[in-house]
Design a protein around this ligand. Structure first.
Ligand SMILES: C[S@@+](CC[C@H](N)C(=O)[O-])C[C@H]1O[C@@H](n2cnc3c(N)ncnc32)[C@H](O)[C@@H]1O
Length: 211
């Protein structure tokens, strides 16, 4: 889903830093034959993630929702040599595709996959992280947010994807996922001591930072 007219979005993509050849290959491979390819973040959101990671001097990332590994690859490419991304998913098939592409990248060594349900995986982790990309399991968005807020470094950024959910967030009571995202968005709105902006990029990117 994108709220930006396609020709405008294409123009923005053309005038932004391009994904690597490997990232393009992974996107084409996924779009050509992997079930659920509409879930890919795409070039526009990918370039925003890269920009934020560089801007905030991010070193440690947690991603919820690996799928075929496109967003993890994009983010790993933006990290410094000693950067690290832990990405979490419960699907072994799509994770296998992800790993096969990361193995072809010089940035692949920065990526660690945890193949477990999100909350179970987070329970095995500790310490602070500079960047969270939450893109899995809409019903747990509020729980992932709570965990991220507790483990966010001082200048860290949380990005939560699909927070406009095809525009369905405007209406209460449509279905469980929409209500979960609405609940999450209200929680973010009411956070004190944080700066937040909900951007209409792709399906809605909610950005949250302390201060
Ligand atoms: C929107 S896709 C992620 C797309 C990916 N970030 C990208 O753009 O390349 C969501 C992923 O979340 C995973 N997922 C769903 N429920 C989950 C859960 N409870 N724990 C971990 N991962 C989950 C799915 O298997 C799917 O691969």
């Amino acid at each position: 889903m994108s709220f930006i007219p396609k020709d405008i979005e294409d123009y923005c993509i053309q005038h932004s830093t391009q994904p690597s050849e490997l990232a393009k290959e992974l996107m084409n491979f996924t779009r050509a034959g992997v079930h659920g390819s509409h879930m890919l973040i795409g070039e526009m959101e990918g370039s925003v993630l890269k920009f934020l990671i560089k801007l905030a001097d991010v070193k440690k990332i947690i991603e919820l929702g690996t799928y075929t590994g496109y967003s993890a690859l994009i983010m790993a490419e933006a990290l410094p040599e000693d950067g690290k991304i832990i990405t979490i998913d419960l699907n072994p098939e799509t994770s296998k595709i992800a790993q096969s592409f990361w193995d072809k990248s010089p940035h692949g060594k920065k990526i660690q996959l945890i193949l477990k349900p999100g909350l179970e995986a987070l329970a095995t982790l500790s310490g602070e992280f500079d960047f969270f990309f939450i893109d899995a399991d809409k019903n747990n968005y509020s729980n992932y947010l709570d965990w991220a807020l507790k483990h966010l470094s001082k200048k860290g950024i949380i990005v939560v994807d699909n927070t406009l959910w095809y525009g369905k967030v405007l209406t209460a009571g449509l279905d469980k996922q929409t209500d979960s995202i609405r609940e999450h968005n209200e929680k973010v709105l009411n956070l004190e001591g944080y700066t937040k902006t909900l951007l209409p990029i792709r399906d809605g990117m909610y950005l949250i930072q302390k201060g």
